[in-house]
Ligand binder design. Structure first.
Ligand code: TYM
Length: 356
């Protein structure tokens, strides 16, 4: 039997080249070898305030992005998280074995702490960018006491996503590693307390590209919700925007173009170039030997524009009706597996069983 993969992305903001290089690219490659489930995690999206109309549209848009990136619905199951209610049901059961302490240690949650949020808000206001200010204000609202409980329990829903499908492998970027560790802990704890039930999943974090950094601040990851849109190359950015963003990208002191760890900005740009061209690290360094930052950025922009062009053309190909039909078939397939796992969980915990 083929081993199984599960992964997902949130239908919020715009997907960027970091999402593609850290996750989607690997989903596409791995679907050949694994039985794959790729989910649009709309229940995760509402841990921060969303406009309902926009969320619905972005949910469908994300399906077309999955397809355009190369996920083949004949090989992989693509579905919307909320179409399989077992995700929310298993979340509840796992919430009853998860510990406050282990959730409080999650760095993604800690990143939303009042101090870092206030810093973001100050930066956003200084940028005068209305959208960035809106995002920062939304987030700043969520100091610990006012934070939505969903933001805190978010990783439990993620664990439920993965464990429902008896997943062997979870291809994600570096920022999800800690959530994967929690998922493994919850699976092991449940198996220990109630008997062997869940496969304990392994993360798949690519050796190159798992942490693409902001073009404006290489101490931070590239992010959908960055207050500075120049920090991210979005998959649907046009050629002009891409060129401008790379031109504005910060660089390190010095002139060499190499992968030295103490030169994070150039290393990051070169990593993007390496992954988009498929060249080896040595070939990339040799290619830019003796060339300046200006030439490097121009070539990187051209490579990115050419890489994204066919993807951007394919995205337009899908109409809502065909997307909905793919998602419906995906949900049916996913649900048959999820129901089976949840049934086992309910029997083992005494929620259902012979006497009831
Ligand atoms: P999300 O929507 O934030 O991101 C989707 C995927 O993109 C990866 N990623 C990156 N990779 C490299 N460099 C970056 N700068 C970068 N930014 C994001 C993420 O690691 C992720 O793989 N919690 C998840 C969604 C989720 C999920 C799951 C994933 C929900 N349930 C179950 C796997 C399995 C998230 O918010 O991803």
């Amino acid at each position: 039997m083929k081993k199984r993969i599960f992964s997902g992305a949130q239908p919020t903001g715009q997907l960027h080249i970091g999402n593609y290089l850290g996750a989607l690219k690997n989903w596409v490659a791995l679907q050949e070898e694994y039985e794959s489930f790729y989910c649009i995690v709309n229940l995760h999206a509402i841990t921060l305030p969303q406009d309902p109309k926009v969320l619905r549209q972005k949910t469908l848009d994300l399906a077309s992005i999955y397809l355009a990136a190369g996920i083949d619905p004949e090989k992989s199951t693509i579905f919307i998280q909320s179409d399989v209610p077992e995700h929310a049901e298993l979340t509840w059961v796992l919430s009853c074995i998860a510990r406050m302490g282990e959730l409080a240690r999650m760095t993604q949650f800690k990143d939303k702490s009042p101090r870092s949020l206030n810093k973001r808000l100050i930066r956003a206001r200084a940028s005068l960018d209305a959208e960035a200010i809106r995002i920062a204000e939304n987030e700043a609202f969520l100091d610990f006491g006012n934070a939505g409980v969903g933001l805190f329990t978010y990783p439990i829903l993620m664990a439920a996503d993965i464990l429902l499908y008896q997943t062997d492998l979870v291809p994600v970027g570096q920022d999800q590693k800690q959530h994967l560790e929690l998922t493994r802990d919850l699976a092991e704890r449940f198996n220990r307390d109630f008997g062997e039930t869940f496969v304990v999943p392994e993360p798949f974090i690519p050796p190159v590209g798992a942490n693409i950094l902001s073009l404006q601040d290489p101490s931070k990851k590239m992010s959908k919700s960055d207050e500075n849109a120049n920090g991210a190359i979005f998959l649907l950015d046009d050629a002009d925007t891409i060129t401008k963003k790379f031109k504005k990208a910060v660089t390190d002191s010095g002139t060499e173009i190499n992968f030295e760890p103490d030169r994070p900005a150039i290393r990051n740009l070169l990593t993007i170039y390496q992954l988009l061209t498929g060249k080896s690290a040595d070939e990339c360094v040799a290619h830019f030997d003796g060339k300046g930052y200006g030439q490097f950025k121009t070539e990187l922009a051209e490579t990115t524009v050419e890489f994204l062009r066919p993807f951007q053309e394919r995205v337009k190909d899908y109409d809502d009706a065909s997307l909905k039909s793919i998602l419906k078939a995906g949900a049916e397939k996913a649900r048959s597996i999820a129901q089976n796992t949840l049934q086992q969980v309910y029997e083992k915990t005494g929620i259902s069983g012979p006497a009831l």
